[in-house]
Design a protein around this ligand. Structure first.
Ligand SMILES: [Zn+2]
Length: 307
């Protein structure tokens, strides 16, 4: 399936504005077309030409969201935008941002993929490269666990196990494709528990959260007047997060990613472990590999060439 699949970008720039779910501050992102082998790169819209490549080497904090850290600045909550780009198989884009956090929009990846679809997707004259899982890798983090397994598809399997009975145990599994992402995964919203709101606010999280950008779980029921978009919206949103976090591999991963009680920290640990285990994956159609060291991991790590 991987023979001569070509890279893509968007046809026209597109803007989205809103508040960050954690910082509560407004920001505008402008997503701009980029050439082959550029990858996904964030650029600070004000204050110079500083860029942060969306890759594992730039993962910073992973509490409640994934933050990318560059030289003297950072951008938080990148995962839903990255999920939309990855879900629609868009390899190259420049994301200009004028605030500290990607806007939450409605809490899902839908506003992002709708904007990308509106911009149009264009094929580039360069082969896409893939990371193919060649043997199983498992990581554990407390009571959470994740596993990569070999497979021909980009498959995501998510298991949730929450004490709160409104969420409880949920599973979601699917082979990813752009159409499936648009229909079944992308619209699933981030979620939070009313009982935890005070504790989150006191730690500087969820300051921009509301019923407009999150599925809120109260005492025994969903607080949002319109309820859930899917019966298993919680599990589907974990798939959004996993797809967005795995996009930091810099190339689509062929194989199954299975998580149990997953979150951003687990996703980052699993991805770093995979990429630090050279006999667990191979790169197909690799145009110009660049190997470098990743702090805390001793093995060589693949990173797309910097243009
Ligand atoms: Zn999320």
């Amino acid at each position: 399936m991987t023979a001569r699949v070509l890279q893509t970008t968007i046809s026209h720039p597109v803007n989205l504005s809103g508040v960050g779910i954690h910082c509560g501050q407004p920001a505008t992102v402008r997503i701009v077309p980029a050439g082959a082998d550029h990858g996904i790169v964030f650029r600070r819209a004000r204050g110079g030409a500083d860029t942060i490549r969306a890759d594992v080497a730039h993962i910073g904090a992973t509490d409640h969201c994934t933050t990318l850290v560059g030289d003297g600045w950072s951008v938080a909550t990148v995962e839903h935008l990255l999920a939309a780009l990855s879900g629609l198989e868009i390899d190259n884009a420049l994301v200009e941002i004028d605030g500290p956090e990607v806007p939450a929009m409605d809490g899902s990846a839908a506003p992002f993929f709708e904007a990308l679809d509106q911009a149009g997707i264009e094929t580039l004259d360069a082969p896409r490269h893939f990371i193919r899982v060649t043997r199983a890798i498992r990581v554990e983090l407390g009571r959470a666990a994740a596993e990569f397994r070999p497979g021909a598809q980009r498959r995501f399997e998510v298991e949730l196990d929450f004490a709160n009975p409104v969420v409880g145990r949920q599973t979601y599994a699917a082979d990813l494709s752009p159409d499936l992402f648009r229909r079944d995964i992308g619209p699933a919203r981030t979620f939070g528990f009313l009982a935890e709101a005070q504790a989150l606010w006191s730690r500087g999280f969820a300051l921009g959260a509301s019923l407009d950008n999150a599925l809120v779980v109260g005492d025994g029921h969903i607080v949002n007047p319109d309820g859930a978009r899917f019966a298993d919206e919680f599990a589907r949103h974990k798939a959004v997060d996993a797809i967005g976090d795995l996009a930091l591999a810099g190339a689509p991963i062929l194989g199954t990613f299975h998580t149990h009680r997953g979150g951003h920290s687990l996703h980052a640990l699993a991805l770093k472990t995979l990429l630090a285990t050279p006999d667990a994956y191979e790169i197909l159609e690799q145009p110009a590999p660049r190997f470098g060291r990743l702090a805390g991991f001793s093995a060589a790590v693949y990173g797309p060439a910097v243009s």
